[in-house]
Ligand binder design. Structure first.
Ligand SMILES: [Fe+2]
Length: 286
């Protein structure tokens, strides 16, 4: 049975798990040969698309690279999108991973994911003693401001509803060493297994995620939709979009009825050049 068919058979159970626990875990969804092909194509994507002009047009995000952790993120879609993406020409494994993600997301949210909607594909390599990833939610940070203590506060953003993570390889004890999730409703912390081929789906509004320092190498690839059912985050009333209904969440307010594509287009038109200018001023050209 294909990975997609396996998961679709399990959808009712996954949906229940997601509602109850904020995440759903699927062991051994992909074969090692599929994982190796996906790894190769991710490397190919970095070689092909990690270029200043793609960062400038906001189809590719700045890579986070330290001696022990390298992370890449790029926007992709199954069909033509009104927003910036990179081409998947000749990258069949990435295409299949995206279509798997879109099927799972569609089933879990009860609607077909449109081909034009973009997802962020990210992949990370952690080496021995990797720099930890501090707790966060994934999203397009539309307005973030520097705090006096050197940190950042997000004032406005678009948050993918769900995040899907696939473990490509893991030399650690896969029982515990991977993504750590914290449920904001209950405070409960979860450390789902992270063995090669395992898939983890989590609610990106309810759960916060982090990755501890890993003793041994691990590679993962993740997808999350930025355009389909993404929620709008406003830290205060001032960043609310007119006409939308918001509910309270720990860091601020979220709305499910804001047009994420329109907000993103406005961001690119009005604010992105300034954000990129600030990146350049800090030496983060590339
Ligand atoms: Fe993340």
């Amino acid at each position: 049975m294909s990975a997609t068919a396996t998961v679709l058979n399990a959808t009712p159970r996954l949906g229940a798990q997601l509602r109850e626990e904020g995440c759903a875990y699927l062991p051994a969804v992909f074969e090692p040969s599929v994982l190796r092909a996906l790894e190769r194509e991710c490397d190919e994507m970095a070689a092909r698309h990690y270029r200043v002009e793609n960062i400038d047009r906001h189809a590719v995000y700045l890579s986070d690279s330290t001696p022990t952790r390298t992370s890449h993120a790029m926007m992709i879609s199954a069909g033509p999108s009104p927003l910036p993406t990179v081409s998947l020409e000749g990258l069949e494994s990435v295409r299949r991973f995206l279509s798997f993600h879109d099927e799972v997301l569609g089933q879990l949210l009860g609607a077909e994911v449109p081909a034009w909607s973009r997802s962020m594909l990210n992949w990370q390599t952690y080496l021995s003693g990797s720099k930890p990833v501090t707790e966060h939610f994934d999203g397009e940070y539309l307005d973030y401001r520097k705090d006096e203590d050197g940190g950042f506060t997000l004032h406005e953003g678009l948050l993918p509803r769900l995040v899907l993570i696939l473990t490509l390889s893991n030399e650690n004890d896969g029982e515990t060493q991977g993504t750590v999730l914290r449920d904001l409703r209950t405070g409960r912390e979860l450390s789902p297994p992270s063995r090669p081929g395992d898939v983890l789906v989590f609610d990106n509004v309810r759960m916060r995620h982090s990755v501890p320092t890993l003793e041994k190498p691990r590679r993962m690839a993740g997808l999350r939709s930025f355009d389909f059912r993404a929620v709008h985050f406003a830290r205060t009333e001032a960043s609310r979009r007119p006409g939308a209904t918001y509910r309270q969440m720990p860091e601020g307010l979220v709305s499910e009825d804001v047009d994420a594509v329109a907000v993103h287009q406005e961001f690119l038109r009005e604010r992105w050049a300034g954000v990129r200018e600030a990146q350049r001023a800090e030496g983060a050209l590339f």
